[in-house]
Design a protein around this ligand. Structure first.
Ligand code: AMP
Ligand code: MG
Length: 530
């Protein structure tokens, strides 16, 4: 049983117009909207961990009534459905009102039992039909993108990266028309709905919307609501409104910095870092044309819509996160207090937190000693890491395999498996040999005894995953699902539950991208069509 307490609806004003047609919604945070029914809901995967978080048993999640609810076909007691209003900057340009165009909230579930009793989670159906914010689109989602969102939400959680979660993946039984590469070749695809779960789905864009319209009272109200309920430590520590807003903004900057550093750690590329896809809780949100870097390439983006500009490429993510935070700062500056100067100053928290985190993360990934207070270690660490980055980008080298191999590498040849081409390995071997010798000398000095060497390998393996949701693995599941076989989804989810463990017998899920996947749609190229 789920128990709902729909605070967002209760405490914040809504749209008085009950009709569901695309429009600009003014003076409101949400619009009531009913999910559009689907033909034949079937639960094809779920996350037992998220069910447990909500206090749901396995039998409850599989019950016909719950599956109907997770497809938007019926409401369970306490559920109230609505879509929220937000705006955003997309690809660097102001886009005006956007909003939940295909995400419908079911309400806020308050966990009643188990270790998470008392915790509150918003439940949101993605793909449940049109809302007042759908503009000209259909409010639906296709199976391929729903599989990708379901799996990656959970894989990220198990990797230790902050993220929205996914409770369920339901096939709707309806077909959805999509033109995957926007080239006039529209096709019918199976439709699906993911139930996403997070303490809040509020985005930077929610705050930008009211600022852009000069609706200061509503912006203040949203800030007050957000700080009171999601940042209670700030509400408690600061009396003045301006002061609270600066403290809140600083906190969002720090969370976003930690999140971005974690993406860099695991090789995740979000793909569409528009401000409407940035969570104020610092969660990874909106899994669209995301991808995982196979070879370590800071210039790589999976998003074909961004193939020219590469705005959201792997290595640009920290800079873009900072740019997005600046847009959030602009929105807050419309209030007059805090002043724009104070907000620009507060944005400095991003860079400070990001450099601290990313330095620590890469030091740990390379298995180098904490250099706080050791000048010699600090300069060695920096030199050895910088030299590795220079070499890593010169050839196709698998990021995940490289870092995993480094934990136990005795000679440079132990890194060979990370190379995509034999010829490149031979061409690069001498340069890598020189790097490895230097690295090994630093490591030997920092880790003098066998005990600290073993400890080092264990700690490296705890930050360098063996298993990530490689793009081609997800695509293989999608192909199987289109042929009616859904079992591989739960099998891969099971692998992703323990990404840092060796998992003997499952090595095939840790293999580098096969050649056929290099340029295949869905493996290295994804569009926003979903
Ligand atoms: P995204 O790029 O997926 O983050 O989406 C940007 C905006 O477009 C958001 O407001 C979405 O709700 C909306 N949107 C995307 N796909 C659809 C769809 N199929 N139907 C309605 N709205 C959509
Ligand atoms: Mg979005």
């Amino acid at each position: 049983m789920l128990t709902f307490d729909n605070r967002f609806l209760r405490d914040l004003p809504g749209d008085p117009n009950p009709r569901n047609h695309s429009r600009q919604v003014h003076g409101a945070f949400w619009s009531r909207v009913a999910p559009a029914p689907v033909a034949a809901p079937a639960l094809i995967a779920h996350s037992p961990e998220v069910a447990a978080l909500l206090g749901l048993s396995d039998a409850e999640i599989r019950s016909p009534a719950m599956v109907e609810a997770l497809a938007g076909n019926r409401l369970l007691p306490g559920m109230e459905t609505y879509a929220t209003a937000y705006a955003g900057h997309q690809f660097g340009n102001w886009a005006g009102q956007l909003g939940d165009g295909r995400a419908i909230l079911l309400g806020e579930a308050v966990t009643q039992r188990g270790p998470n009793a008392g915790e509150r989670f918003e439940l949101q159906l993605k793909g449940a039909g049109p809302t007042p914010y759908s503009r000209r689109a259909d409010g639906r989602a296709v199976l391929r993108s729903s599989i990708r969102e379901f799996l990656c939400s959970e894989a990220m959680h198990h990797l230790g990266v902050p993220t929205t979660r996914a409770l369920s993946l339901v096939l709707t039984g309806d077909q959805v028309e999509r033109d995957m590469f926007y080239d006039g070749n529209a096709e019918l695809e199976p439709g699906a709905i993911v139930c996403r779960v997070a303490p809040s789905f509020l985005r930077f864009g929610h705050f930008e919307l009211f600022a852009s319209r000069g609706e200061s009272a509503l912006l203040r109200q949203l800030l007050d609501y957000t700080i009171t309920h999601h940042f209670p430590h700030i509400a408690a520590a600061h009396a003045g409104e301006g002061e609270r807003i600066v403290a809140w903004y600083t906190d969002v900057c720090e969370r976003t910095a930690r999140l971005t550093a974690q993406w860099m750690r695991v090789g995740f590329v979000h793909g569409v870092m528009n401000t409407d896809n940035m969570s104020i809780l610092g969660l990874t949100i909106d899994y669209g044309p995301y991808g995982w870097v196979d070879n370590f390439d800071p210039g790589w983006t999976p998003n074909t819509t961004d193939a020219q500009g590469k705005r959201y490429a792997f290595g640009r993510q920290p800079g873009i996160a900072q740019w997005n935070l600046a847009r959030l700062g602009d929105a807050l500056a419309t209030l007059g207090d805090p002043s724009p100067e104070v907000l620009v100053d507060a944005l400095g928290a991003f860079e400070r937190t990001y450099s601290r985190e990313v330095n620590r993360i890469f030091r740990d990934k390379f298995g180098l000693r904490d250099d706080a207070g050791h000048a010699e270690d600090a300069s060695d660490n920096e030199a050895v890491i910088d030299a590795a980055f220079t070499l890593l980008v010169q050839h196709e080298i698998d990021m995940t395999i490289f870092f995993r191999a480094l934990a136990t590498a005795v000679t440079v040849d132990d890194l060979r498996d990370a190379f995509y081409s034999e010829a490149e390995w031979h061409a690069a071997r001498n340069a890598w040999q020189a790097w490895f010798d230097r690295y090994a000398t630093v490591v030997a000095r920092q880790h003098a005894t066998p005990a600290t060497r073993t400890d080092r390998a264990t700690r490296m393996n705890a930050v360098n995953p063996k298993y990530v949701l490689r793009n081609y693995l997800a695509q293989q599941l999608i192909d199987a699902a289109h042929a009616g076989d859904y079992a591989p989804i739960s099998e891969l989810l099971d692998v992703m539950r323990r990404p840092y463990d060796e998992q003997p017998g499952r090595e095939r899920f840790a293999e580098k991208r096969p050649d056929w996947a290099r340029t295949k749609a869905g493996c290295s190229m994804l569009s926003c069509s979903s």
